[in-house]
Design a protein around this ligand. Structure first.
Ligand code: BGC
Length: 402
């Protein structure tokens, strides 16, 4: 009755138009909802980049905070097997790698935190991108083309992992890849003089999670003045996915006949020594616990990888019988720093609140040899203007199930 009354007071034509509009309104709303949800899930045509659903293949981006006035994000890369790697543009840090064990139970084989706050407490390079120089430079100095450069001394008198504010503590620019394989590209411009290094260095690192459960890391750099460059990733692995289990029961093979002995400040002596008959012999798969006690402080050394050229090659295999997981490491680099988490002391707690104690995680850092700028006999780490720094490392998880 009221409706009819209202209508009769209005012009009849206007009234009919209004009624039609009311009829079409639900359809219109439906169309808007469909289009906007498509936009949320996929913002590129060729891939399935999702901003709302981390269970789908693709890359999900989430706000994670702010550092130095720059936005920090956490990206979840998911492949078609449901394996996930999370990476932040703060320090280019790999914060987790969630993969199933032999029983199909999922857990992270990389230690770390679920919040940015954890990383701001300066843990010892958990999952971080390391630069400009992976590992130590003796006396925090080197001489290049007749000029001596003084670097930041942040490990006693030595320089470690790029200095006080290395690439692990800066916010990188990030862009999500536009191929069907989930990837994240990070860029950082390290200024001339930063931490004492010469030259403006443009660094680009691409992380890709393939459907073969490989985390591929491609490092690229260019400079405008000669400078040492040695980039690596500092993920700490525990293949059991639980830091209450030691990594000493993991089995390791390193395809290297030689290693570089160090002095008591962990600077290479310059010698290249055969592993034969020493605790450093991992040419055949061996439990890490077997000889570790014969090495003062535990393993924290560079292995000279057996190689004929700089092609991508399998250089190490790590396996764990508890989880049935195996990690294969491929690289184009000549060296591998194998570090058994000797300085971990329970100060930092893993994402599940469990303390990360000594030997509860290990690092397999593919790189050039430590202190190369002061060791003329080691392969050169000097990048010159006009040259392109390009190295590739692949970590591949093989599970005994699936
Ligand atoms: C070094 C260790 C150091 C660790 C964390 C490793 O790459 O070889 O000596 O303690 O990084 O900083």
């Amino acid at each position: 009755m009221i409706k009819q009354d209202a209508c009769s007071q209005l012009n009849l034509k206007k009234c009919i138009k209004m009624k039609r509009l009311i009829c079409y309104l639900p359809m219109l709303l439906l169309l808007i909802i469909v289009f906007s949800s498509c936009g949320n899930n996929t913002n590129k045509t060729s891939n399935t980049i999702t901003t709302t659903d981390s269970t789908k293949t693709g890359v999900m981006q989430k706000d994670w905070g702010e550092v130095d006035g720059k936005k920090v994000y956490i990206y979840t890369l998911t492949n078609k097997n449901g394996v996930q790697v999370t990476i932040s543009n703060y320090g280019g840090t790999v914060t987790s790698w969630i993969t199933p064990d032999k029983n199909g139970n999922k857990s992270s084989i990389i230690i770390g935190f679920d919040s940015l706050q954890g990383y701001l407490q300066k843990p010892p390079y958990f999952g971080a991108l390391i630069g400009r120089y992976g590992n130590r430079i003796g006396n925090a100095k080197f001489t290049l083309d007749g000029k001596t450069y003084q670097l930041a001394a942040n490990d006693g008198k030595n320089h470690l992992h790029g200095g006080i504010k290395g690439f692990d503590k800066v916010v990188w620019d990030a862009s999500i890849g536009d191929t069907s394989t989930p990837s994240l590209t990070l860029h950082y411009m390290s200024k001339d003089g930063e931490e004492g290094y010469p030259g403006n260095l443009h660094v680009t690192v691409q992380y890709t999670l393939t459907d073969n459960d490989e985390l591929k890391i491609e490092y690229n750099a260019e400079t405008d003045k000669p400078t040492p460059v040695n980039l690596t990733n500092h993920s700490y692995f525990n293949l059991t996915g639980d830091v209450s289990n030691t990594i000493l029961n993991h089995t390791l093979m390193i395809d290297a006949n030689n290693f570089t002995p160090v002095d008591n400040t962990l600077i290479p002596t310059g010698e290249i020594k055969s592993v034969k008959g020493t605790p450093f012999d991992f040419t055949q798969p061996k439990k890490i616990s077997k000889d570790i006690n014969a090495v003062k402080g535990g393993y924290d050394h560079n292995w000279v990888l057996k190689r004929k050229d700089s092609s991508l090659k399998r250089v190490a295999v790590l396996s764990d019988s508890i989880s049935g997981r195996t990690l294969e490491i491929y690289t184009t680099e000549p060296g591998l720093q194998f570090y058994t988490g000797n300085f971990l002391d329970g100060k930092f707690k893993n994402r599940d609140g469990k303390p990360i104690n000594q030997h509860m995680a290990l690092c397999m850092e593919t790189q050039h040899f430590p202190d190369s700028p002061n060791k003329p006999k080691f392969p050169s780490t000097i990048l010159k203007p006009g040259e392109k720094y390009h190295t590739v490392t692949v970590y591949k998880v093989v599970s005994s199930e699936r």
